[in-house]
Ligand binder design. Structure first.
Ligand code: ATP
Ligand code: MG
Ligand code: MG
Length: 597
């Protein structure tokens, strides 16, 4: 196997492994420890990472980067990666999203919690730790590290200060631990209105890092939680909950995106306090930040993607134009292509934009050697071989069908045999409309009166002209077949053809719906700088055509990928395609990079 390129995270992990930073199990008896055992997770994990989505939407290509990173590091270093639902926000979550996240991770080829392909162990969920989080908060109160603040939200915001301007202490900051504990318990017991008070960490209102100016850690919110029901009317804030979740699960390397860099001092502060208090034990997990994925022509915000769905700009979360994992999958992307993409873009500490063509290149690379080939005519016009009946008079005349074959994959260099696809050639054939020109432009090598081309896998033909309707549209291209020139026969080399074109016999071609996709946005950075991304939607991002495909394509199973020769890679739509009776294909990616044009 190829050596993976190093990066700063790999270096940190390798150094920790060398030093034995996390060699000891640390928090026997904590709720997280019990959870490990309940899930049958091995104690032998050398490192632990986690992927902690909030189940409030479908995962997208940015999450795929994070999944490949976190699960990939665990795999490569003898560790375990936890799938953890970050469900501390009671109102936004939905089972539909939970299931879609589980499916996405499985599909990408990973399993969680060291389960090694056994998906029966439930993922972790942050709400399982609400009891511990509450106890941790009471400890902070008792130790003088947290207080109940009754300022209004506006007062708190105003008193927080700004860059270069220190904050102002809350008048409630000097309450005694006993007073704070009494108030905090009243909050828990439902004695106060939503929003009337919050629990805040007591750190430093003059800190240059605004996140350290007494951040809120618990709020009152009367909302039914999908896991804990109405047990709680107070809920922990993300900044408080997340480090505790990591610690209880004995995460070693907590990897997040750069926007959390300013939260790291609070993460460490909280770990230090809870270790001092004996609620957790060192060594605590450490947070590391990497640059999130920004992909040109793509939006990676769950909220904005949801807007596209709910405003019917796309057909759903799995619309093949969506950068969601379900959308990419339906478009024809493979797990291997997304893993290759994650490897190729790497992890860095500074934000940048990745060109969309990088993603497409990874799919092409994966499909090139494995996608079966097939003929599909996307813009068909009929070609009539006018002398067919005479040439094959002995075999049945006009009705005669000549069996033809083509390899399902290009012949390998070592000459190993390749399976063949079978179809027939008869008097009438579908060809691409663009393959005929009455007056050929310079360099044109396909059909024009007097020119000879080969029907791939069949005979050489000579064009004689075309029939047109009253408005001048070509209705039929006309040609004569040249006997004894079939591919693979001794006569095939006797007549020179200027091109070989793909075609589908009228006798056994099947009509198919083909969805030709283009970029969803015309602007390379559709939502940068507060732009309204709806305005840059590409009105031509989907064109549906009725194509004629060869029999092997009509027989595709849903999700099967093909190279339609000369057109690109296509996938049998996993939702709408019906094998044999109703073929539906999606354009996955063209044969060549067309994004620069
Ligand atoms: P969004 O902003 O789209 O709602 P999020 O970051 O809020 O995304 P989470 O469900 O919290 O979504 O994400 C789970 C994990 O995926 C987080 O650890 C986050 O860092 C990571 N992630 C999200 N978006 C990206 C991205 N564009 N590139 C890399 N990682 C990402
Ligand atoms: Mg989030
Ligand atoms: Mg977000």
């Amino acid at each position: 196997e190829a050596v993976k390129p190093s990066n700063f995270l790999r270096q940190i992990i390798e150094s920790d492994l060398e030093k034995g930073t996390y060699a000891q199990r640390r928090w026997a008896g904590t709720p997280g420890d019990a959870a490990h055992h309940a899930k049958g997770e091995p104690d032998t994990a050398k490192i632990r990472t986690r992927f902690p989505p909030e189940p409030n939407g479908y995962l997208h290509v940015g999450h795929a980067k994070s999944i490949c990173l976190n699960f990939g590091l665990a795999r490569d270093y003898g560790g375990v990666c936890h799938l953890r639902f970050d469900d501390t926000n009671p109102e936004k979550e939905d089972l539909e999203y939970v299931n879609s996240i589980v499916d996405a991770i499985k599909w990408l080829g990973f399993d969680w919690n060291g389960s090694q392909g056994d998906y029966s162990a439930a993922p972790y969920q942050a709400s399982d730790y609400f009891d511990f989080m509450y106890r941790a908060a009471e400890y902070l109160v008792e130790a003088g590290h947290a207080y109940v603040d009754e300022q209004t939200a506006e007062q708190m915001r105003a008193n927080r200060g700004d860059f270069g301007k220190p904050g102002i202490d809350s008048p409630f900051r000097s309450r005694t631990p006993a007073e704070n504990l009494a108030h905090f318990r009243e909050m828990r017991d439902g004695k106060h209105e939503d929003g009337s008070m919050v629990l805040r960490a007591k750190i430093d209102m003059a800190s240059p890092n605004i996140n350290m100016r007494d951040p809120a850690i618990y709020r009152i919110r009367r909302a039914t939680h999908h896991n804990t029901g109405d047990t709680w009317c107070i809920y922990p804030m993300y900044t408080f909950a997340h480090p505790i979740e990591d610690a209880l699960e004995q995460i070693t390397h907590s990897i997040c995106t750069l926007e959390f860099e300013d939260q790291r001092p609070f993460y460490d502060w909280l770990m230090d306090r809870l270790c001092e208090g004996g609620l957790l034990a060192n060594p605590a997990p450490k947070q590391y930040e990497f640059a999130r994925l920004n992909l040109t022509y793509v939006i990676t915000s769950k909220r904005k993607l949801a807007q596209l769905v709910y405003d019917h700009k796309v057909s759903g979360w799995d619309d093949p134009r969506m950068p969601t994992i379900v959308g990419l999958r339906r478009r024809g992307y493979t797990p291997a292509a997304l893993q290759l993409f994650a490897e190729r873009i790497g992890v860095t500490k500074s934000d940048s934009w990745i060109d969309y063509s990088t993603l497409e290149g990874c799919l092409r690379e994966d499909l090139e050697t494995v996608a079966h080939r097939g003929f599909a005519v996307l813009n068909p016009v009929k070609l009539v071989l006018t002398n067919w009946g005479e040439v094959f008079a002995a075999q049945g005349g006009d009705a005669y069908l000549e069996p033809c074959t083509q390899p399902v994959l290009p012949h390998p260099a070592d000459g190993a045999p390749v399976a063949e696809r079978h179809f027939t050639l008869g008097k009438e054939v579908w060809i691409e409309r663009e393959d005929y020109e009455e007056t050929p432009p310079k360099g044109y090598k396909r059909l024009y009166p007097g020119n000879k081309v080969r029907l791939k896998g069949g005979f050489v033909i000579e064009c004689t002209g075309a029939n047109r309707d009253a408005t001048g549209n070509v209705t039929e291209v006309l040609a004569t077949v040249i006997p004894d020139t079939k591919s693979g026969t001794p006569g095939s080399a006797t007549v020179k053809a200027s091109a070989a074109i793909s075609w589908v016999g009228v006798a056994n071609g099947v009509s198919a719906e083909v969805r030709m996709y283009d970029r969803l946005f015309l602007d390379a950075q559709p939502d940068a700088g507060g732009k309204d991304f709806i305005e840059s939607l590409n009105p031509n991002s989907l064109k549906v055509v009725t194509a004629i495909v060869e029999p092997s394509l009509a027989n595709a199973v849903p999700d099967q990928k093909f190279q339609f020769e000369r057109h690109g890679y296509f996938v049998a739509d996993r939702v709408d395609h019906v094998q044999g009776t109703k073929p539906v294909f999606n354009l996955a990616v063209g044969l060549k990079d067309s994004w620069g044009k």
